[in-house]
Design a binder for this molecule. Structure first.
Ligand SMILES: Cc1ncc(COP(=O)(O)O)c(C=O)c1O
Length: 421
């Protein structure tokens, strides 16, 4: 059945959803509702096709003197160009890896080679552990780790605390673009400015932000920014942007036979070529979405920006409906920004707890009715500890993506109300 357009969206939801085959699944006769995007989004058919087409027609290792190998080189170059459009960077500043965590360990170990006692790294209580543990690993070299606190009332980052803690001993400020637990979007541009003022590098985890908003690494002026394509409608891979000068100067741990050219010196062993083919397809999916809302978009980058403009506008409306409904549920505690006037400072990812039921109990009951939510800390361990919910099962997380509908949100709210009783 076609989905009626609302005044809050330029997106054609019927057309969007038709591209995602998995959205038509059912659970116990009920349509599945995917509210688990923060753990990984669904993929459009063109991503599935790109992966299987690669395996059918181009499957080979790189740099061989024959057709499939040459096609593989072209597939990787295409994906680098696609991600350069996505980041607003040069293609030689795009590094592929298995996931964000592995890429972050690669960069932290490499930066760590130059650090020792007296050096400091600034992390936050809001971040996913993948932007915490790789830096904490440098404590064994004598590096001091410091943490920026949050404002507990709305789970925003305490920027005054950050400004006070960043100093001339700080070598890296590692911070998330958006929280995968409570949805807060950080003022990354300002944080990068504060880091640079003291001579520190800024390392940005954009994994959670990437499906929800446009990234412009030049405008942010960040030194590194990392994301995972499986969170923005693509395959399970991680992608890193690094400023050219850093990718050239820093020394990676790598095998001797690997080239020393940038960016390949940061890519070790054979990459996941079929998923790299899928990355181009997911960027092109987003660009096509942008061209539908803004046919005059003349470049892929312009089309991506148009797509994200429409996604942001649509998701803010959905988030408002979701949060407004959640706040009326008796016994429910909401974590994060709930003020409708501040929706642009959050992603449509919310965390709640309900008195008398653990997050796992809630997620299980919802799951049986076809609502896919998440429970626990989702690796935002610093935050669940800071808010003292770690010992009680963490949070229940509801994450919206642009393929969700207002009708799904209403059905979810009705189901949760019933479950809560
Ligand atoms: C905000 C954030 N950062 C980092 C990660 C880790 O990403 P990956 O699974 O690609 O290592 C996740 C995964 O959930 C995340 O949500």
């Amino acid at each position: 059945m076609p989905i009626a357009p609302t005044e809050t969206t330029a997106l054609d939801l019927t057309r969007v959803r038709a591209q995602f085959p998995s959205l038509s699944q059912t659970v116990a006769g009920q349509p599945a509702v995917f509210l688990d995007g923060p753990g990984g989004t669904q993929v459009p058919q063109r991503v599935i096709d790109a992966i299987s087409d690669y395996l059918k027609s181009s499957n080979a290792n790189t740099c061989g003197a024959y057709a499939t190998s040459q096609r593989t080189n072209a597939v990787i170059a295409d994906a680098r160009a696609a991600m350069a459009d996505f980041f607003g960077s040069g293609p030689d500043e795009v590094v592929f890896g298995p996931n964000m965590t592995t890429l972050t360990f690669a960069i932290s170990r490499s930066i760590g080679r130059e650090l020792g006692p007296g050096d400091e790294i600034l992390l936050t209580h809001l971040d996913h552990d993948a932007n915490v543990s790789p830096w904490r690993a440098l404590e064994e070299r004598g590096v001091t780790i410091r943490f920026v606190d949050i404002n507990e009332d709305d789970c925003t980052l305490n920027l005054a605390d950050l400004e006070q803690k960043v100093c001339t001993r700080t070598r890296v400020v590692a911070v998330g673009y958006a929280s995968n637990a409570v949805g807060t979007i950080n003022d990354v541009k300002e944080i990068v400015r504060m880091a640079h003022k003291k001579g520190a590098l800024a390392y940005i985890d954009a994994v959670h932000y990437a499906p929800h908003g446009p990234i412009d690494v030049r405008a942010l002026d960040c030194d590194f920014l990392v994301c995972s394509s499986y969170k923005f409608f693509g395959p399970h891979m991680g992608i890193l942007y690094g400023k050219r000068e850093h990718l050239q100067r820093l020394q990676p741990y790598k095998v001797r036979a690997n080239t020393n050219a940038v960016p390949n010196r940061w890519e070790w062993g054979t990459l996941n070529h079929e998923c790299i083919a899928g990355i181009t397809a997911c960027v092109d999916y987003l660009a096509d979405l942008g061209r539908q809302v803004e046919p005059s978009a003349s470049t892929r980058r312009a089309a991506l920006l148009a797509a994200y403009g429409a996604i942001q506008q649509y998701e803010r409306g959905l988030a408002e409906t979701l949060i407004g409904g959640l706040l009326t549920i008796p016994g429910l505690k909401f974590y994060g920004i709930s003020d409708v006037a501040k929706m642009e400072r959050r992603c449509p990812t919310v965390a709640v707890r309900v008195a008398g039921q653990s997050p796992l109990q809630l997620a299980t009951k919802l799951g049986k009715r076809g609502f896919f939510t998440w429970d626990g800390n989702y690796y935002a361990l610093n935050l669940s500890e800071r808010l003292d919910v770690e010992k009680d099962g963490g949070f229940l997380r509801i994450g919206l993506a642009h393929y969700n509908t207002a009708e799904e949100v209403q059905r979810f709210l009705a189901a949760l109300r019933e479950i809560v009783g």
